[in-house]
Design a protein around this ligand. Sequence first.
Ligand code: SF4
Length: 62
Amino acid sequence: MKKPVVDQDSCTGCGLCPDIASNTFKLNDDGVAEVIDPQGDDEDTIQEAIDSCPVEAISWEE
Ligand code: SF4
């Protein structure tokens, strides 16, 4: 199963990924994105969030 992972050292906390895939990502108390449910949204939606990240901080892990 593919899972999205966030490189929290790269994340700027822009908020785009939780906007796009709100069931998968959220901004945590430190203001960076974390995965709350790797299958929270369908794969296309998660891919859209990955593609939208301005610093390419999200990737798929097999
Ligand atoms: S889109 Fe990228 S930079 Fe923005 S909150 Fe998500 S992981 Fe962080």
